[in-house]
Design a protein around this ligand. Structure first.
Ligand code: 2BA
Ligand code: 2BA
Ligand code: 2BA
Lengths: 109, 109, 109
């Protein structure tokens, strides 16, 4: 059994949860916030058998689209907030950041 | 040291947190959402010594009750949302879904 | 690659996220609640290379201050809620509670 943690954009999260549900993956959704852009995003927690991890990753890949976007980060990275003029930078957003964690034991009571 | 993640129903969460606290388990609560029913639930994070895991699991088992409930899932699993008439199905809710994760290191600063 | 989970006080969280961002650590923020004091706190999720873990821990240590505070826990630890007079106790708050978890695999799609 593995625990998959997938950080995706809010607008991909329902589509992705339903796509995983259709293939009988069970999921739990956490509302989270990106450390850099300080925007809301979603972390999906998916516990599944070892041999199903690749299928889950495939579904995650297909249902979270990657693209470029001009953004201005909200807060200064060090230095004085007054003199900070947010310089728009081009970042890749969307897509998914995925951690696969080992599990020692799984129970359902 | 292990990290226990227990997904329980909101209405069991305070009772469970207090029951764990009485036995000196420290816990952190995450507000989460079920992927299938899309209802709010609670994920408890409990870091504890290896030899205390069984006690924690026992407390989790005793304080989260399992039962059957007729529900209609909110969103279509694939297909067109208009033509979708939610067919009530009988699911088991309540209870706890529990992952026990290995920990490499634990610090308190 | 390791996944660091750091539970810190809300008022340390922005300073800590920015301090980690300055050193190019990527982070995701979870709004959480302390099991004992039932007050909001923050859990930061930081995925980083094995050899960067010590740097991350150093930054976490420097940016979350530990101190003593008189508090009255909100709910009774067992027993009857009516007869419960919250006895103020002195607890150490602030600081950080940090779990370092092993990761099997990391992907970005
Ligand atoms: N110091 C920096 N300098 C320049 N650009 C930076 C940067 N930190 C982040 N970015 C860029 O901004 C995007 C959004 O980051 P954010 O931290 O808000 O939102 C992140 C964060 O919530 C999470 N994430 C990514 N890698 C992570 C990691 N190693 N650990 C924990 N969370 C991570 O996934 C979200 C999307 O990440 P993604 O890499 O696709 O996209 C990132 C990345 O392209
Ligand atoms: N392997 C796993 N990984 C991550 N999180 C997990 C998990 N297994 C369970 N959970 C979490 O625990 C909640 C309760 O799951 P349980 O299996 O008791 O109760 C479930 C189950 O009896 C039923 N169910 C879930 N998915 C189903 C599906 N595809 N078809 C039919 N019934 C489903 O609906 C109940 C509520 O599900 P919901 O997703 O709203 O809420 C789930 C989900 O948040
Ligand atoms: N092993 C663990 N697993 C999961 N999460 C953990 C954890 N250890 C700490 N945490 C998280 O970190 C927060 C701060 O813990 P700390 O030990 O610094 O500071 C604690 C501690 O000094 C004290 N405390 C906690 N439980 C206690 C108990 N049963 N009796 C007396 N004091 C307690 O109250 C402070 C606030 O506790 P609170 O639960 O509200 O908030 C906790 C909890 O959210």
């Amino acid at each position: 059994m593995k625990l998959i943690l997938a950080v995706v954009e809010d607008k991909d999260s329902n589509r992705l949860t339903d796509a995983l549900g259709e293939k009988d993956f069970k999921t739990t959704k956490l509302s989270t916030t990106g450390g850099f852009l300080k925007e809301g995003n979603t972390t999906l927690m998916v516990g599944c058998n070892d041999d199903a991890v690749d299928d889950a990753l495939e579904i995650i890949k297909k249902n979270s689209s990657q693209r470029e976007q001009m953004v201005a980060p909200i807060s200064p990275m060090g230095g004085n907030a007054d003199s900070y003029i947010p310089r728009p930078i081009n970042v890749e957003v969307g897509g998914a950041t995925v951690f696969v964690l080992p599990i020692d034991a799984f129970y359902q009571f």
